[in-house]
Design a protein. Structure first.
Length: 84
């Protein structure tokens, strides 16, 4: 199941195709969180600057991820030694 999910995410995320190919459906790509992380790396390699939406999305995803991580750590910190 995980293999199928990873394959689906790979084809939906513009890794081997450019988002400009979606002409009128550009908004669909903006809802994909993996797109923004890839665009943050791809744009400078193509001699372009990442857009403000990309920076904002990556920042929000990173902050929310850290908050979730800290909450989970705070909740289960005593059990981590037994899990490892």
């Amino acid at each position: 199941m995980l293999s199928s999910l990873v394959q689906l995410v790979f084809f939906v995320t513009p890794i081997i195709w450019h988002p400009s190919l979606l002409a009128g459906r550009q908004r669909i790509v903006n809802f994909n969180p993996f797109y923004h992380f890839i665009e943050l790396l791809r744009a400078p390699m193509l001699d372009m600057a990442p857009g403000a939406i990309t920076w904002l999305a990556v920042s929000v995803i990173t902050v929310v991820g850290w908050l979730v991580t800290l909450l989970v750590y705070w909740r289960y910190r005593r059990r981590i030694a037994y899990w490892i």
